[in-house]
Design a protein around this ligand. Sequence first.
Ligand code: SF4
Ligand code: SF4
Length: 344
Amino acid sequence: MLRISKKADYAVFLLGAIARQGAFPGGAASDSVVSAHEIAKLAGLNKSVVANLLKDFARHGVLESTRGLKGGYRLARPPAQISLGEILEVVEGRFTLVDCIGGHDANEGSSRLLAQARSQQSGRNHDCSLISFCPSKNPMRVVHERGMVHQCSDSARLDELLSTATGLGITIKHFAKNLFLPRKSEKQLGAGGAPPEVSWRNDIETIQYPEEKVQYPERFRGLHRLMMRDDGSVRCVACMCCPTVCPAHCITIIPEQSDDNGIEKRPAVFEIDELRCVVCGLCVEACPCDAIRMDSGTHAKPVEERADAVMTKDKLIAVSKDNGKSPTSIATQGGAGANWRDGR
Ligand code: SF4
Ligand code: SF4
């Protein structure tokens, strides 16, 4: 199995720490350098390991160093021009599948050695006693000549690695926050952003439904309810405005003659198919007499049969009581008094 060493891992981390400070040509702090001490602190690594790695990278032209009291390091090129392959080559030497192809010290790695290794690929003498008849020699050479091993690492750039690391960091931060910090209280769940005093609590909004219920905002459009007059009759006058505007065609009204002389019609049948409803609220907007509302504070219940999702007139009237809402409206229907239109 191919495995990148811990040292190479640290190297990517170090270069990333310098890049994040913007210390590279064209970066936010292109003229400044980051000291080895600072880099070790940023990366949380041993100072001598960091110093050795930084020197290696400076020697191979990946970093530029400045001596003196305010000395330090900066990337010699923007992160987009530094590949993972180059970083690995500095730390580990040019990667070879078998000794008879590369033939150089794995700890020495450099461009010079790379060139040397490539020139050696065309058949040098090797210590291995099997070299003259080795069946793997040529296939391994083909793999190297086609650059199969290096293509992947050379195409991954430092800036891409940094973006991945940043994303991973955010994920880990949220994971830890949600795993270790306490939950928000039930009241704070779904309240549209935690207030400052509970900002240290986790962000999990999952609730143990149905034991716990989500607190819907005041203007939440939920299950429909039919409103009543003070005398206990339904406010709906079967004007057919709501089924006309309903984009889902889920309202069915069959009107009948009203007993009240001042009101022409009332609904004999009033049904809403909650499975077809798209909760747009247009029916509420269209109603001229505040007969239908969606402020019940609850949502349509899950059902097993499609027919059970059809809310009949009686069910729509009962929604107010079931959810602790007043069934009557303060809106004055048809004005007050026999001559209520006079003077308008
Ligand atoms: S909320 Fe929209 S889709 Fe639902 S019944 Fe009213 S008008 Fe129709
Ligand atoms: S718009 Fe209002 S009054 Fe007219 S049918 Fe619908 S609920 Fe009844």
